[in-house]
Design a protein around this ligand. Structure first.
Ligand code: COA
Length: 256
């Protein structure tokens, strides 16, 4: 898998999104790779922490839009690679740390709701433009975004699809700290090594206790969002939005 680099050292598994020519847009194969890595990291006694990072210029442009366009109606079933990834990240039992620089679009942002620590470059921009693509929220973001930032800010982010810049993300608690982009990966490595040196059972139990009240609700919300998302993917609005993106033009929903 050239599109994601995997490294395990000093108790830390690091996954680096490496499809920079396509702005780290995530394909089915990439979701599957991360889902497998989450399972491997959860089970491996030598892995205490998982780090997710992108490039200093781009975290991720979200789901690959060509992939959306070619997705079969059945592809969003519970055993799809996307679903495996989403459930895996929500239920990951060890600390999960993200380094985010540049745009984090769609699932590039919503996956962060499931990370324990998020460090961002001052060039980070977080956006969830699902509605602009004829789609709905996913990754339980319709539950977690209003909880984190309040209903009205979440509505601005999810209904208008307006980006949150790094400083706002810091203010609302989506990220832990904002630093220059060139320093983010090093900061994340330092924080991950600090976590990796701590007693793993205590870390895992503390994370479990913090998350347990909501895990079932999060998974149920993901399942409901997934069903709606799968239906909306086949809508004429979504098809027009995908074609427009790939043809580098503005979508026209006026006749639909
Ligand atoms: N899926 C597929 N390809 C994508 C992509 C995506 N989500 N995002 C970017 N790309 C591709 C572009 O098509 C382009 O390919 P090309 O060089 O073959 O023409 C290449 O990546 C560079 O993208 P470009 O838009 O020119 O880069 P930019 O720096 O001007 O903008 C983004 C970067 C991330 C702001 C912009 O690409 C973007 O908005 N992408 C779509 C985000 C999106 O809507 N994602 C789905 C969320 S649900």
């Amino acid at each position: 898998m050239q599109d994601i680099l995997k490294d395990v050292s000093e108790g830390v598994m690091t996954l680096t999104l490496n499809r920079v020519d396509k702005k780290n847009a995530l394909t089915q194969a990439m979701y599957g790779f991360i889902a497998d890595a989450l399972l491997e990291a959860a089970a491996a006694p030598g892995v205490h922490v998982l780090v997710l990072q992108g490039d200093p210029s781009i975290f991720s442009a979200g789901n690959d839009i060509a992939d959306f366009q070619s997705r079969a109606p059945s592809a969003d079933s519970a055993d799809s690679e996307v679903s495996r990834f989403l459930r895996g990240i929500a239920a990951f039992p060890k600390p999960l740390v993200a380094a985010v620089c540049g745009p984090a679009v769609g699932v590039g942002t919503t996956m962060l709701f499931h990370c324990d620590l998020v460090y961002a470059g001052d060039n980070a921009a977080f956006s969830m433009p699902f509605v602009n693509l004829g789609l709905c929220a996913e990754a339980a973001s319709s539950l977690l975004a209003p909880q984190l930032m309040g209903y009205h800010r979440a509505a601005e982010a999810l209904l208008l699809g307006e980006p949150l810049l790094a400083e706002t993300a810091l203010e609302i608690g989506l990220v832990n700290r904002v630093v220059p982009p060139s320093e983010v990966n090093a900061l994340v490595r330092r924080q991950a090594l600090k976590l990796a040196a701590k007693p793993l059972p205590a870390l895992m139990e503390t994370k479990r206790l913090m998350k347990k009240g909501q895990l079932a609700q999060v998974l149920a919300q993901m399942a409901e969002e997934g069903a709606s998302f799968g239906r909306l993917l086949q809508s004429p609005h979504a098809k027009e939005a995908f074609s427009a993106f790939l043809e580098k033009r503005k979508p026209d929903f006026s006749t639909l």
